[in-house]
Ligand binder design. Structure first.
Ligand SMILES: *Cc1c(COP(=O)(O)O)cnc(C)c1O
Length: 365
C-alpha cells in the first residue's frame, strides 16, 4: 500500500460540485480581485478566531511581511523568532530590513523556548514572532507576559496551526497580529497561493488593507509605497467552502495522529506531544529517531512516503551566513533537524493506511 504525504484529491472529489459551482459563479461575476468572496472569508476567519479584522493577502509569506510592516518593524530593528521553521518566517523579517534573532527551541514541541527569550532582548528588539510548528501552539502565555513587560509586539506565524488551541483560545488570537497561509497543503488550503492576517487593532487592519493594495485607500491615491498582495476571489470562494469543514478536517488529522502514536509508541521512537491545555492540529505528524538518515533511507527504498521538515535550521542556512552563526550555537534546534521525520498526514487517512506506514517505520528502525 502506498500512502502519499498528502492527498488533496479526496477533498476535492468530496466537494466537487460545490467547488465547481462556486468557481463558475466567480468567473461569471467577473469580480476577481477584492470582491464579496474575499470579504466573506475575512469576516468568517476573524469570527472563528474571535477577533475583529481579517485581511486577505497573496500568501502566508506576504501575511508575515505585511504584518511586520504594519506593526512598524523596520530597518535596524530586531525580531526574536525560532530557527526551526520554514524559511519564510525569517525572510519576512529580512524583507522589512530587520534582523532575525534566533532563540533555541524546546525539544518537546519544537517551538521557541520562551524561557530563553528575555536574555536576547536588546534596545533594538521590536517584536517576537513565534511559530506554532506542525500545528502545536507555542507557549503564548510566557511570550505574552514577556511582550507586555518589554513592550514588544507579538506576531504569530500560524501557517501550520489553523484551528490549534491553547487554553481554549485559537492560535492567531494571542498576539497583536496572526498570520495564516492557505498554501494547498496547509490545514486550510486553497488551489494556489493565499494568506490572511488577523488582528483586533483597527489601525493595523487599515494599514494592512492599504499595504496589500499599493498603499491606497482611495483608488489612484497612494499614501505610501505598498504592494500588490491580494487574495483573489477564486481562492477565497474555495476557502469559503472549506471553512465549513475545517474542524472536521482537523478532527481527521487528530484521529490519524492518535493511530500513529498508538502504533509507534515503541523504544527508539519519540512520538509528538500535546501539552496540557493544547489542541494540536497536526499539520505534520513528526517523530524523532536517533538514526534518522538511515531510517529515512530504508523508508525511501521501501517506498514509504516521508519528509524532513526541516533539515537545516534557519540560522545555518546559506541565506543567513551573514549572521555568522556556527553549528552548535542553537543545539536543540540542530538536534531536531537531525532527528525529525514527518509521515503522511491528511484528514482522510484510514487506520489501515496509518498502520501500514507505521509498520514500515518500525521495520526501518
Ligand atoms: C507555509 C509556511 C509559510 C509561508 O506560507 P506561504 O503561503 O507558502 O507563503 C510561513 N511559515 C510557515 C511556518 C509555513 O509553514
Amino acid at each position: 500500500m502506498t500512502v502519499p504525504m498528502v492527498d488533496l484529491k479526496i477533498q476535492y472529489e468530496a466537494m466537487k460540485q460545490e467547488i465547481d459551482q462556486a468557481l463558475q459563479t466567480v468567473i461569471g461575476s467577473t469580480a476577481f480581485i477584492l470582491g464579496p468572496q474575499g470579504k466573506a472569508l475575512e469576516q468568517s476567519i476573524a469570527a472563528y478566531h474571535g477577533v475583529k479584522y481579517g485581511v486577505g493577502v497573496a500568501s502566508g509569506t506576504d501575511a508575515l511581511h505585511l504584518a511586520l510592516r504594519a506593526a512598524g518593524v523596520g530597518s535596524g530593528d530586531e525580531v526574536i523568532t525560532t530557527p526551526f521553521t520554514f524559511i519564510a518566517t525569517a525572510e519576512a523579517i529580512s524583507y522589512v530590513g530587520a534582523v532575525p534573532v534566533f532563540v533555541d527551541i524546546r525539544p518537546d514541541t519544537f517551538n521557541i523556548d520562551a524561557t530563553q527569550i528575555e536574555k536576547r532582548i536588546t534596545k533594538k528588539t521590536k517584536a517576537i514572532l513565534p511559530v506554532h510548528l506542525y500545528g502545536h501552539a507555542a507557549d503564548m502565555k510566557t511570550i505574552g507576559e514577556i511582550a507586555r513587560s518589554s513592550k514588544l509586539t507579538v506576531i504569530e506565524d500560524c501557517a501550520q496551526s489553523f484551528g490549534a488551541e491553547l487554553g481554549g483560545k485559537r492560535t492567531g488570537s494571542f498576539g497583536s497580529i496572526g498570520c495564516f497561509s492557505f498554501f494547498p497543503s496547509k490545514n486550510l488550503g486553497c488551489y494556489g497561493d493565499g494568506g490572511m492576517v488577523i488582528t483586533d487593532d483597527e489601525s493595523v487592519a487599515g494599514r494592512l488593507m492599504s499595504l496589500r493594495n499599493h498603499g491606497s485607500k482611495v483608488r489612484y491615491y497612494h499614501d505610501e509605497v505598498g504592494y500588490n498582495s491580494r487574495l483573489d476571489e477564486i481562492q477565497a470562494a474555495i476557502l469559503n467552502i472549506k471553512m465549513n469543514h475545517i474542524d472536521a478536517y482537523n478532527a481527521g488529522r487528530r484521529k490519524a495522529a492518535a493511530w500513529y502514536s498508538k502504533f509507534l509508541s515503541r523504544p527508539g521512537v519519540v512520538t509528538p506531544v500535546e501539552l496540557a491545555g493544547c489542541k494540536h492540529v497536526f499539520h505534520q505528524y513528526t517523530i524523532r529517531v536517533a538514526n534518522r538518515d538511515a531510517v529515512k533511507k530504508r523508508l525511501d527504498e521501501a517506498k514509504i512516503s516521508n519528509m524532513i521538515y526541516y533539515p537545516v535550521p534557519c540560522h545555518l542556512q546559506a541565506a543567513y551566513r551573514d549572521l555568522g552563526m556556527r553549528p552548535g550555537s542553537l543545539p536543540v534546534a540542530e538536534q531536531a533537524a537531525a532527528e525529525v521525520l514527518s509521515l503522511p498526514m491528511y484528514p482522510e487517512l484510514t487506520e489501515e493506511q496509518v498502520r501500514s506506514v507505521a509498520d514500515g517505520v518500525l521495520k526501518a528502525l
